[in-house]
Write a protein that binds this ligand. Structure first.
Ligand SMILES: Cc1cc2nc3c(=O)[nH]c(=O)nc-3n(C[C@H](O)[C@H](O)[C@H](O)COP(=O)(O)O)c2cc1C
Length: 197
């Protein structure tokens, strides 16, 4: 199976990008298949069976650089009647994965417009903790389960095609507390006064 994983965060593709960590994990689960990596600046290589868009939620939507790429790629899909299957993984900074609902709706709409086949979406809340521990450990246990399931569905097809809304394994209170702590430490690093933090 030929699978393209699109990194849709404008952050550099290093360990500080939650998107990059999700893509690395998914690529491991898809070992044995022909996996290609792309980003918003890439020329997509065809044919492909599946394309997975992994991106952060930006202002309740799709990051603008990725939106621009989607607009240019859709012409290709339409012109060549390409029927690739689309999966989406969106992660967001607030605790609630439901925040990703509008971005997923936008991706579904785009998919229809480009004539592609919708697979499913995984919405990941509490994105701040993805870079804090390995996927599968501590706050990221539920995330590993959801990505394992997604990999299975991509390769075997149609096991559980409902969109998946994944919560961090941290409680809401603990997530909030650690977010405050991280913001305070960052503020201190940049010599911000406590009032400004
Ligand atoms: C410009 C900008 C807009 C964002 N908008 C939202 C938002 O609307 N809702 C939300 O929950 N998180 C929002 N976030 C937080 C990111 O979605 C979150 O930090 C994500 O985990 C970053 O993923 P990445 O490391 O792959 O870029 C925003 C972040 C930035 C920089």
């Amino acid at each position: 199976m030929k699978i393209t994983l699109v990194h849709g965060s404008p952050k550099k593709e290093n360990k500080s990008s939650a998107t990059r960590l999700i893509i690395d994990y998914l690529a491991e689960q898809l070992a044995g298949h022909e996996v290609h990596r792309a980003n918003a600046n890439s020329r997509l290589s065809f044919p492909m069976d599946v394309i997975v868009f992994v991106f952060p939620l930006y202002v309740d939507g799709i990051p603008s650089h990725l939106l621009k790429a989607l607009q240019s790629w859709q012409d290709l899909f339409i012109a060549y009647h390409i029927k690739t299957k689309v999966y989406v993984v969106v992660n967001n900074g607030f605790y609630e994965p439901g925040q990703n609902y509008p971005a997923i709706a936008m991706m579904k709409q785009w998919c229809k417009h480009a004539g592609l086949l919708w697979g499913k979406a995984v919405a990941v809340g509490g994105g701040g903790s993805i870079t804090a521990a390995a996927i599968g450990k501590g706050p990221n246990k539920n995330l590993a389960d959801a990505l394992d399931q997604l990999a299975l569905e991509i390769t075997e097809g149609g096991v559980m095609l409902e969109d998946d809304y994944v919560k961090s394994n941290l409680s809401r209170g603990l997530y909030r507390l650690s977010a405050h702590l991280v913001f305070r430490l960052r503020g201190r690093h940049y010599h911000a006064k406590l009032k400004q933090q």
